[in-house]
Write a protein that binds this ligand. Structure first.
Ligand SMILES: Cc1ncc(COP(=O)(O)O)c(C=O)c1O
Length: 410
């Protein structure tokens, strides 16, 4: 069994930061790309590049074919009933805006409630704020407990007959906590509400089956899943997609246009106005192949062990506070922490002088920062190509921070 995957990623093999080996621990922001994905994109431009769904000549047909084959691959990957339920977007942000703008705007009425969690990324918050405001609906929040978890009691207390939409992340991009989606879906559906799942931080780490989860909408970004930037997915149950009005108007999504009126095509194309990101779709297809070759079981085992090791080592450092659950269970390798007296930006700058790349700031989650009572945190986010050696370098560097900032040892 393989134990090191970093060699598959050209950037990880070749890069240094500040003269040190790059220790890339910002995978929740974006992942590096394996050679086979880079090669697939290169091949696309070398062999198939044309505008899809436009030309009647063979090259355009080839571009159409690889684009639609990628859609089929994504559908199979997430257990969708049909490729018709897969809309390609720019990423999670666009997928969620599309859902709020095309679905939420149509079905919500004054007094209805939209329920999200306090831990949502702004991409799964601001669109709902805007729709709530436009429609006179109320935006309600599920609050996390002291371990960053959404409890059964909180879920039961907040979902009611006025709830029309529940939009939550599968995994928090700040705390790495895996949310109880089964419980949320059950309660939401009992109340007649639909569930929108932001899987941006879930799908890179665990298998997702939309039919088993029974979610109504699901969004994710290719670039967090080892695929190129600029490609993302919105899955929606067919009944929702067929009833939704188009959102981005332009070429490629119409049946007929007269001077004053337009009729729209059916299926995902209705939501894919303009020239599509075929290279992104091809790269996403290749990334899914790569991931499935390794297998989620292996990825999960690896990442669970790494996360446990990182948590253990971080817990052993005085002056370090970890936010959220401190055990390796029901969580991914996203770990937020602070060092007493040190601003997270200073911490990440000091770490970067040792080649360690982490994220510092509010992580596009202002309401969660306020709920946690902090302005910002440092965030390490691991994935299967990281190693215990990466974590040892991180810990050694963290141990220097207070000394460098003249706050005392460790
Ligand atoms: C949970 C979550 N949702 C949404 C997003 C937005 O993703 P993107 O910037 O790829 O649209 C992110 C990005 O970090 C995220 O972590």
């Amino acid at each position: 069994m393989r134990t090191n995957y970093a060699d598959d990623f050209p950037l990880l093999k070749n890069s240094s930061e500040n003269g040190k080996r790059l220790v890339y621990l910002d995978n929740a922001a974006t992942t590096q790309k394996p050679a086979q994905v880079i090669e697939a994109v290169r091949n696309y431009y070398g062999q198939y590049n044309a505008n899809p769904h436009r030309g009647a000549y063979p090259l355009s047909e080839k571009a159409t074919k690889v684009y639609e084959t990628a859609r089929e691959r994504v559908a199979g990957f997430i257990g969708a009933g049909s490729p018709e339920e897969i809309v390609f977007t720019k990423g999670t942000t666009e997928s969620l805006n599309l859902t709020a703008g095309a679905y939420g705007m149509d079905i919500l009425q004054e007094g209805d409630e939209i329920l999200i969690s306090i831990a949502e990324h702004h991409s799964n918050l601001i669109p709902w704020q805007a729709v709530a405001k436009a429609k006179g609906a109320k935006l309600q929040y599920l609050y996390t407990d002291t371990n960053g978890k959404l409890t059964r009691e909180e879920i039961a207390a907040k979902i009611n007959a006025r709830t029309r939409i529940v939009a939550v992340s599968q995994v928090s991009n700040v705390l790495g906590i895996v949310n109880p989606i089964g419980e949320i879906v059950k309660k939401a559906h009992e109340a007649g509400a639909v569930v929108v799942l932001d899987a941006a931080q879930g799908i890179p780490h665990m298998p997702v089956d939309v039919q088993a989860l029974d979610v109504d909408f699901l969004a994710f970004s290719g670039h967090k899943l080892y695929a190129p930037m600029g490609i993302g997915v919105l899955y929606a149950k067919k009944e929702h997609l067929s009833n939704m009005r188009p959102w981005l108007l332009g070429g490629g999504m119409v049946d007929d246009v007269s001077e004053q009126t337009t009729t729209y095509t059916d299926g995902p194309a209705k939501f894919e106005g303009g020239t599509q990101n075929v290279e992104g779709a091809v790269g996403l297809h290749s990334a899914i192949d790569y991931l499935e070759d390794i297998g989620y079981e292996q990825i999960g085992r690896f990442e669970h062990e790494l996360t446990g090791y990182a948590l253990l080592r971080l817990q052993s450092i005085p002056h370090v506070t970890i936010y959220g659950q401190e055990s390796g269970h029901e969580r991914t390798g996203v770990i937020s922490f602070n060092i007493d007296g040190a601003h997270p930006h200073d911490v990440s700058t000091i770490l970067s002088s040792d080649g360690v790349a982490i994220r510092s700031g509010h992580h596009c989650a202002h309401p969660l920062m306020r709920h946690l009572g902090v302005n910002a945190t440092c965030r390490v986010s691991l994935c299967f190509y990281n190693t215990k050696d990466d974590i040892d370098v991180l810990i050694e560097s963290i141990c220097k921070v207070r000394e460098v900032l003249k706050l005392g040892a460790k």
